[in-house]
Design a binder for this molecule. Structure first.
Ligand SMILES: [Zn+2]
Length: 50
């Protein structure tokens, strides 16, 4: 697992491992990772850089 699977969980209020991560493209054309917090299961997003 790479660090790309790390995201910020708004519920845990800290960076957490993202499970079931998948890349998605948002309406504005930017790519993001969508997944779930490994700690609490809350859905989380991570905006990807270029
Ligand atoms: Zn969490």
């Amino acid at each position: 697992m790479a660090n790309e699977n790390q995201g910020y969980c708004v519920k845990c209020k800290k960076s957490s491992e993202m499970t079931q991560a998948e890349q998605v493209t948002m309406k504005n054309g930017r790519k993001a990772m969508k997944g779930k917090c490994a700690t609490c299961g809350t859905g989380m997003y991570k905006i990807l850089g270029k």
